[in-house]
Design a protein around this ligand. Structure first.
Ligand SMILES: C[S@@+](CC[C@H](N)C(=O)[O-])C[C@H]1O[C@@H](n2cnc3c(N)ncnc32)[C@H](O)[C@@H]1O
Length: 456
């Protein structure tokens, strides 16, 4: 009797289409289903600077609707007839297929980031990531970069707990700190620098990063501060899947402080990271970190909601009194009101301010001079005044004809999201109850860098 053909494993088919079953050396572009890759990475072959719009899977999970990254859309891309038939006729296969798609989207986001960082070249690593952005003297003025200020602020906020924790240690015990996305130590060093040699001798430091160049440098810098080899543990790995590493797994429930600076957003869904942090911390342990955040990547077309209107967390609708409005396809709203989630006693920018600032910064990160930033701001303000949608990519196409002063190696559409979504994810994994939200404030004068501190 002829054997019925073997049924394909749905997850395998989906993961293969996304380029996730190929050997690590192959890029996502080479390994994935061509049509699907083109849909997820539509600007890969565009001219600079439009080309720097990254993989859509790197967008925050919560914003995917605004980018039409719906399962239906992806379903259309997978032209596997047998699979399509099974999905259409069998409810179990449909459920399995949806789950596989969701997981593949997330996994591809992780891989897309890994790929981006792994492809940075020596000079870029040295200048942009590893070298700590230090204050610089420009003429008579000392310019302190905002990430440097945020790391200093983070250190001050963490220090009270570190000192107290160290003072309570018994003989032979260590105070354990984990820095996720440690880079070259920009976040951990200001904490350690503030401690006395005596206090430093009681530390155990775990550093996780995907890039080995940074880890090496951070370790050397810690040694210069008096730490010994066995006090420093480096893990070259992905923060999205931290608990897969034996070196970290053995610290479950044993860490006193987890810290991080500008790294968590490099994963499209922060919930698994927060879950791992929660599990790694001791009861009473502290999670103290800062990150980038704004509403700019909610959708390709951003519309400003009316004054006084309340915009939902992902910008899909606004409401004001009896009025409400839903965003159209590829659209999201941004609010003219205060960014939500910030401690009420502290300053908070409006979402509109954050969005404008982020785009303006990207014009400069992409290597264009100040004049271009000013031109952009004028354009942005005019669009807001007219009530016209703001499409950053469309604006970038104007810059294609102009030569930048340098070409950025970094892709945008990173997983930046406003603080409220970080807080939701923290609470979801068990950090704190609805009534007592994590302490969240802006750590610098930038409306883009916010600081969160929370206890397990
Ligand atoms: C902007 S740097 C910040 C480094 C450091 N915290 C500081 O403030 O100087 C972000 C770091 O996150 C790391 N990174 C990005 N995605 C990562 C991932 N998925 N897993 C581990 N590290 C990651 C990068 O390699 C980089 O070192």
């Amino acid at each position: 009797m002829p054997q019925p053909p073997r049924r394909k494993n749905v997850r395998t088919v989906v993961f293969k289409a996304f380029g996730l079953r190929a050997p690590r050396g192959k890029t996502l572009g080479e390994a994935s289903h061509r049509e699907l890759h083109r849909f997820l990475n539509p600007y890969e072959h565009a001219r600079y600077p439009t080309r720097m719009a990254g993989d859509k899977t790197k967008l925050p999970m919560e914003f995917r609707r605004g980018w039409s990254l719906t399962l239906e859309k992806i379903l259309n891309i997978l032209n596997d007839r047998e699979l399509a038939k099974r999905v259409a006729t069998d409810p179990n296969t449909r459920t399995e297929f949806k789950k596989a798609l969701q997981e593949a989207l997330f996994e591809r986001g992780i891989r897309a980031y890994e790929e981006e960082w792994a492809h940075l070249k020596g000079k870029d690593i040295a200048e942009r990531v590893v070298g700590r952005a230090q204050p610089q003297k420009i003429g008579k003025k000392t310019v302190k970069p905002t990430p440097w200020l945020a790391n200093e602020f983070n250190a001050r906020l963490a220090l009270l707990d570190v000192r107290k924790g160290i003072s309570k240690l018994k003989k032979g015990q260590y105070y354990t700190i984990l820095d996720i996305g440690a880079g070259a130590g920009g976040t951990i060093l200001p904490i350690v620098e503030r401690l006395s040699p005596q206090e430093r001798s009681k530390l155990r430091i775990l550093l996780v990063d995907i890039m080995s160049a940074g880890l090496k440098e951070a370790k050397e810098a810690l040694k210069k501060l008096g730490l010994s080899e066995n006090q420093i543990i480096t893990v070259r790995g992905n923060i999205a899947t931290m608990l897969r590493y034996e070196k970290l797994k053995q610290y479950l429930g044993k860490i006193d402080l987890v810290t991080s600076g500008a790294a968590i957003h490099h994963t499209p869904d922060v919930t698994p990271i927060f879950k791992a942090v929660y599990n790694l911390l001791k009861r009473g342990g502290v999670f103290c970190f800062w990150d980038w955040g704004h509403a700019a990547w909610r959708a390709p077309n951003l519309k400003v909601a009316p004054k006084g209107a309340k915009v939902d967390k992902t910008g899909q609708y606004w409401e004001k009194g009896l009025h409400e409005k839903e965003a159209g396809p590829e659209e999201a709203f941004i609010s003219r009101g205060r960014t939500r989630g910030i401690h009420p006693a502290y300053w908070a920018p409006t979402e509109l301010q954050g969005v404008k600032m982020m785009f303006k910064i990207w014009i400069s990160l992409l290597g264009y001079p100040k004049g271009e930033q000013q031109r952009f701001v004028k354009w942005f303000d005019e669009r807001v005044k007219k009530g016209a949608p703001i499409n950053f990519l469309e604006y970038l196409k104007r810059l294609e004809k102009k030569k930048p002063e340098f070409e950025s190696p970094f892709l945008f559409w990173e997983g930046h999201k406003p603080p409220e979504l970080y807080q939701d994810a923290l609470m979801k994994v068990g950090f704190i109850s609805e009534r007592k939200r994590p302490f969240t404030i802006y750590s610098t004068e930038s409306p883009l860098l916010y600081q969160i501190k929370i206890r397990k």
